[in-house]
Ligand binder design. Structure first.
Ligand code: 13P
Length: 230
């Protein structure tokens, strides 16, 4: 199973050091085949030792240059970061990243051989239209994306389940993952959206779920490790 923490705009460099220390203590008991990722805010990126991989939540598709406020490959290389989240709904929605921009980012980091966790997800009004509308919406988020890329993990995160405390139901996750698995070349497929210690067992037991991408419940090292060790 894959357990990925997305800190979003939470934690500092200092609090991340404390977090990593606690996580490492807990990870001593983790199953060796399970993989752990933590996606940190840019200011907390650093070289951390432990049985996990550090990723960036975002970067600009350039080595360096005049892109005020962004970080590029050069800044990531300083800390040996080779893992990135692309396509998160919060970036699509709040930062206005179009599918075209997302695809450009994907292709740049693919050329750099990064491990990419590529996020897709539908808003509530699409979910309410029914399953066909959901799949049509999700498949459009693969436009310009090389699904055959070797170092690719997909994360299905229904927007209405993110940060709301209301996870998708087992039935919703199961049906969506089954349909997605048919088109994603059997790449690992994570679920994200209000995953937490109370529902983790039920989620990771669903066929077609290869792990979780966790926001709120990952911010506390003991809650996140409880999920990993469940
Ligand atoms: P929550 O776990 O807070 O719902 O966030 C999910 C998410 O967006 C992870 O990328």
């Amino acid at each position: 199973m894959i357990f990925a923490a997305n800190f979003k705009t939470n934690h500092t460099r200092k609090s991340t050091q404390v977090y990593v220390k606690e996580l490492n203590e807990k990870l001593a008991a983790k199953k060796p085949e399970d993989k752990v990722y933590i996606f940190l805010p840019a200011t907390a990126l650093d070289v951390y030792e432990g049985d996990f991989r550090v990723g960036t939540q975002n970067a600009y598709p350039a080595v360096n240059g005049a892109y005020t406020g962004e970080i590029g490959l050069e800044q990531l290389a300083e800390f040996d970061i080779k893992t990135i989240l692309i396509g998160h709904s919060e970036r699509r929605e709040y930062m206005g990243e179009s599918q075209e921009k997302v695809a450009e980012k994907f292709s740049f980091f693919q050329k750099q051989n990064f491990e990419i966790i590529y996020c897709i997800g539908e808003p509530l009004h699409i979910r309410e239209k029914g399953f066909e509308a959901v799949m049509q919406y999700l498949l459009a988020q693969f436009e310009g994306i090389d699904i055959g890329y070797d170092h690719l993990i997909i994360a299905y995160e229904p927007i209405w389940a993110i940060g709301t405390g209301r996870s998708a139901t087992v039935e919703e996750i199961s049906t969506t993952h089954r349909a997605l698995k048919k088109v994603i070349d059997n790449k690992p497929l994570l679920y994200g959206g209000s995953a937490k210690p109370a529902n983790i067992k039920e989620i990771i037991n669903i066929a077609g779920v290869d792990g979780v991408l966790v926001g709120s419940a990952s911010l506390d090292a003991s809650s996140f490790s409880q999920m990993i060790l469940s």
